[in-house]
Design a protein around this ligand. Structure first.
Ligand code: PEP
Ligand code: MN
Length: 269
């Protein structure tokens, strides 16, 4: 499989910058927020507290790719308006998932990073479309994708001209069903070996269980991830999506401190 643009050969490490956040360098970048934006209050409270606890980027889904069409699908553009405002108020870049190429111009007004979800990793028309601009794209690993297939999907984005790609390991489907997915942490050093793009880890979808999120996060930082994306909710048991894998504020605050210590230790800082 040819990786002319996403492959490492003859290329320096890519650092994707959004505002004063730099993903892919020495800094550990924490992206945090709810799975889904549910209300103005929920998002603003989360933004304020994750920022205070050390997160640099705010996440929140407005278009949710739910397994069942009867589950909460997200607030759509109304949610994106809250996300934009919460980002402005807390001086944080924001990220949200794009599911449909027809929504690009609309999402472009509100988000700093486009998220391509696991289910769309091989949606080649969507990849080509986000590739035509220069806005950073976080490409999550497909739940049944090999590392080479994932990098090949990144190649579609770069081929259109957009070099601001961030890769996100979020677990793959295996026969193990104790966890929601099997978090493939080996993908971190492998991506660093094969590609120049930053690699971040999503321990929330990677485990699907709140009690495992801290362990997975610590391991991800120790193995060299450039950042993490973690789901945080003010009241996980009331969440409209993915409540069982969401950290509350107290847990996130504690975890964030531990991760910084591990990062400094591993990098001799
Ligand atoms: C998400 O980040 O909210 C999400 C839906 O993740 P994934 O695409 O990895 O399932
Ligand atoms: Mn989620």
């Amino acid at each position: 499989m040819k990786l002319k643009l996403a492959g490492k050969e003859h290329k320096n490490q890519t650092i994707v910058s959004v505002g004063d956040v730099h993903i892919g360098g020495d800094e550990l970048v924490l992206i945090a927020g709810p799975c889904a934006i549910e209300s103005e209050d929920q998002l603003f409270e989360t933004a304020r507290l994750v920022k205070k606890a050390g997160a640099q980027v705010l996440r929140g889904g407005a278009f949710k790719p739910r397994t069942s069409p009867y589950s909460f699908q997200g607030l759509g553009e109304e949610g994106l308006k809250y996300l934009y405002q919460a980002g402005q108020e807390n001086n944080m870049p924001v990220i949200s998932e794009i599911m449909d190429p027809r929504d690009i111009d609309m999402l472009d007004k509100y988000v700093d990073i486009f998220q391509i979800g696991s289910r769309n990793m091989q949606n080649y028309s969507l990849l080509r479309e986000v590739g035509k601009g220069s806005k950073p794209v976080m490409l999550k690993r497909g739940m049944a994708a090999s590392i080479k297939e994932w990098l090949s999907a990144a190649e579609y984005i770069v081929l259109e001209g957009n070099k601001n790609v961030i890769l996100c390991e979020r677990g793959i489907r295996t026969f193990e069903n104790y966890t929601r997915n099997t978090l493939d942490l080996m993908a971190v050093p492998i991506i660093k070996e094969l590609s120049h793009f930053p690699i971040i880890v999503d321990p929330s979808h990677g485990t699907g269980r709140v009690e495992l999120v801290a362990s997975a996060s610590r391991a991800a930082v120790a193995i060299g991830a450039h950042g993490l994306m973690v789901e945080v909710h003010p009241s996980p048991c009331d969440a409209l999506s993915d409540g069982i894998q969401a950290l509350d504020f107290h847990m996130f605050e504690k975890l964030s401190k531990e991760l910084l210590e591990i990062h400094n230790c591993v990098n001799g800082l």
